[in-house]
Design a protein around this ligand. Structure first.
Ligand code: NAD
Length: 503
C-alpha cells in the first residue's frame, strides 16, 4: 500500500515544566511528585507536570468553594465576567503557537488541525462571553394581583471539570467558559497525557484578570485526582468528557452527594448513504470522518452503512482518497493524520482489526502499524464486509479504522444505525430531502448531519443519546446547564389567611 508518510523529525526541543494553579498560586504540590509525558510521535519526554496529592485536590476544592461562597466572581455583573472571558479569548489568540505546539506534541495531533481547534476555542470563549450578559430567568405577571412570580437563574456553585486527551484545549473550552459565564467557580483536571495546554490556559486566565480561586487546575491521574473531584461533598456539579466506562464510574461516585452530572462520552457514529447521494462529496466526508484526529474522536464516522447498489463504487472512491492521506509527524504542517496516543492504545486498536479479520471482515486498505522511526502510528484502515454483530461495528475503536456495512431498505439502515449502545452523532446522504428528514427523525443521536459530516458551530448544542452521555454542551443552553433555578414567589398586598379566613 502506498501511504504519504511524514517521518518525525525534531530540530530543537526542551521539556516543558508545569506547576499547578491553586487559589491563584502556582504550586508544586504536596510531596513534589511529577509525571512525565512522552510525545507519542517522537518518543522523547515532551512535558513534566507536578501532580496533585489528596491534600492538593482538597486545597483546590476549598479555594473554589471560598471563591464561590465569598469571592467576587459570582457576584459580578455579567458584563464584567464577559470582559474577562473576552480578554482570555484575546490571550488565547496571542499564545496560539504555544498552545498548538503543546497539543500537537503531547497528543500527536497534526499541528495545522490544532490551529483550527484553537480558532474554534476562541470563538467559543467569545460566544460564552456574550451569553454571560444574556443569562436571565423568567417572570410571571399572570398570577393575579397578589403575586409576582420570578424565576431566577443562579450559578450552581463549584464545578469539577474533567477532560480527555483527544482534544485537550478544545474540550476544556467547551466547558470552562460557560461555567464561568454563569458565575461558577471550578476545579479543572486535564488528562494526565495532555495537561500542558490546560495549565497554560490557567496563566492566561490570571493575566485576563480572573480572581484567585475562581479556576484551579490540578494535574494527575483519574483514579487518584479525578475520583476525589467527583465525590467531594463541596463540589456541586461534575462536567466530564471521556470514555463511557469512566463516565459511568463518575456518575456512581457523584451519586452519594447527589451532584448534578454532565457527561460527554463515546460514540459509534454511522454515515448512511442512499443510492441518490453525491458520492464524490460523500467519499471526502467519509475519509475525513474516519481518519480526522487519527480516528481518536468521539464523533468519528467509524461506521459506513452503504446501500448495496452503490457500495462497490463508494468503497473504491474512499479507498483511493484514503491512500492519499498524509500520515506522520504532527509538527509537519502538511500532515493530516498524526500518532496514536500510547503504545497500549495502538495495541488495542490493532486487536480490533485482528478480531474483525478473524470474524470474516476483509481489509480493503491498511490494517497495519507503521514504523516511522519513532513514536507509534497506524495506517488508515478500511474494513469491508463488516456485519452489525462484530465488535468493530458496535464498540468505539478510537483509531483510524473504518467499518463498511451495507443495507437494502431504509428501515434496515435505521435499525443498523440504532443497534448500538451509543447515540452521539450520525449522518445521512441523499439528494432527497424526504429521505434525509425521515432518517434524521428516526436515528437516535444528539447530532444528525445531512449531506455533510462533523460540521459544528458554537451556537449548536452537542451531546449524546443513550450511553454517549447526559446533557448538552455549546449553544445558548450551555450556560443554563451550570445554573440552579430558584423560584421567587412575591406576595403583594394583604395576605389571605388560612386558619382564620379574612374578609
Ligand atoms: P478516559 O475516560 O480514560 O479519561 C477521561 C478523563 O477522566 C481523564 O482526565 C482521566 O484522567 C479521567 N479519569 C479516569 N478515571 C477516572 C476516575 N475513576 N474518576 C474520575 N476521572 C477519571 O477517556 P480518554 O481515554 O482520556 O478519552 C477518550 C474518550 O473520551 C473516548 O471514549 C471518547 O469518545 C471520549 N470523548 C467524548 C467526547 C464527547 O464530547 N462526547 C469528546 C471527546 C472524547
Amino acid at each position: 500500500m502506498s501511504i504519504a508518510v511524514r517521518p518525525p523529525t525534531l530540530k530543537d526541543h526542551s521539556v516543558r515544566e508545569f506547576d499547578m494553579l491553586i487559589d491563584g498560586q502556582w504550586v508544586a504540590g504536596e510531596g513534589g511528585r511529577t509525571l512525565e509525558r512522552v510525545a507519542p510521535s517522537h518518543g522523547v519526554v515532551a512535558s513534566r507536570y507536578h501532580i496533585a496529592a489528596r491534600k492538593d485536590v482538597e486545597a483546590a476544592i476549598a479555594a473554589a468553594r471560598r471563591a464561590f461562597d465569598t469571592g467576587p466572581w459570582p457576584r459580578m455583573r455579567g458584563a464584567e465576567r464577559a470582559e474577562v472571558l473576552n480578554r482570555t479569548a484575546d490571550l488565547i489568540e496571542k499564545h496560539a503557537d504555544e498552545i498548538a505546539f503543546l497539543d500537537a506534541f503531547e497528543a500527536g495531533k497534526p499541528i495545522t488541525q490544532v490551529r483550527g481547534e484553537i480558532a474554534g476555542a476562541v470563538d467559543i470563549w467569545r460566544y460564552a462571553a456574550a451569553l454571560a450578559r444574556d443569562l436571565h430567568g423568567e417572570s410571571y405577571n399572570t398570577l393575579g394581583e397578589g403575586t409576582l412570580g420570578v424565576v431566577l437563574r443562579e450559578p450552581i456553585g463549584v464545578v469539577s471539570i474533567i477532560t480527555p486527551w483527544n482534544f485537550p484545549f478544545l474540550i476544556v473550552s467547551q466547558k470552562l467558559p460557560f461555567a464561568l459565564a454563569a458565575g461558577c467557580t471550578c476545579v479543572v483536571k486535564p488528562s494526565e497525557l495532555t495537561s500542558g495546554s490546560t495549565l497554560l490556559l490557567g496563566r492566561l486566565l490570571i493575566e485576563a484578570g480572573l480572581p484567585a480561586g475562581a479556576v484551579n487546575i490540578v494535574a494527575g491521574t483519574g483514579a487518584e485526582v479525578g475520583a476525589l473531584m467527583t465525590g467531594h461533598a463541596d463540589v456541586d456539579m461534575v462536567s466530564f468528557t471521556g470514555s463511557t466506562g469512566v463516565g459511568r464510574l463518575t456518575m456512581k461516585n457523584a451519586a452519594d452527594t447527589l451532584k448534578k452530572v454532565s457527561l460527554e462520552l463515546g460514540g459509534k457514529n454511522p454515515q448512511i448513504v442512499f443510492p441518490d447521494a453525491n458520492l464524490e462529496e460523500f467519499a471526502d466526508a467519509a475519509v475525513f470522518g474516519a481518519f480526522f484526529n487519527a480516528g481518536e474522536c468521539c464523533n468519528a464516522g467509524s461506521r459506513l452503512i452503504l446501500h448495496k447498489s452503490i457500495a462497490p463504487e463508494a468503497l473504491e472512491r474512499i479507498r483511493a482518497l484514503s491512500q492519499r492521506v498524509r500520515v506522520g509527524d504532527p509538527l509537519d504542517p502538511s500532515t493530516q493524520v498524526g500518532a496514536i496516543i500510547t503504545p497500549e492504545h495502538l495495541a488495542k486498536v490493532s486487536a480490533y482489526v485482528a478480531d474483525a479479520k478473524a470474524g470474516g471482515a476483509a481489509v480493503a486498505l491498511g490494517g497495519e502499524t507503521l514504523d516511522l522511526g519513532a513514536g507509534q502510528f497506524m495506517a488508515p484502515t478500511i474494513l469491508d464486509r463488516v456485519t452489525p454483530d462484530m465488535a468493530v461495528a458496535r464498540e468505539e475503536v478510537f483509531g483510524p479504522v473504518l467499518s463498511v456495512l451495507t443495507f437494502e431498505t431504509m428501515d434496515e439502515a435505521i435499525a443498523i444505525a440504532n443497534s448500538v449502545d451509543y447515540g452521539l452523532s450520525a449522518s445521512v446522504w441523499s439528494a432527497s430531502m424526504d429521505t434525509c428528514v425521515k432518517v434524521a427523525r428516526s436515528v437516535r443521536a444528539g447530532t444528525i448531519w445531512t449531506n455533510t459530516f462533523m460540521d459544528g458551530a458554537s451556537e449548536l448544542p452537542f451531546g449524546g443519546y443513550g450511553q454517549s452521555g447526559l446533557g448538552r454542551e455549546l449553544g445558548r443552553h450551555a450556560v443554563e446547564d451550570y445554573t440552579e433555578t430558584k423560584t421567587l414567589n412575591m406576595h403583594l398586598g394583604p395576605r389571605t389567611g388560612w386558619w382564620v379566613p379574612r374578609e
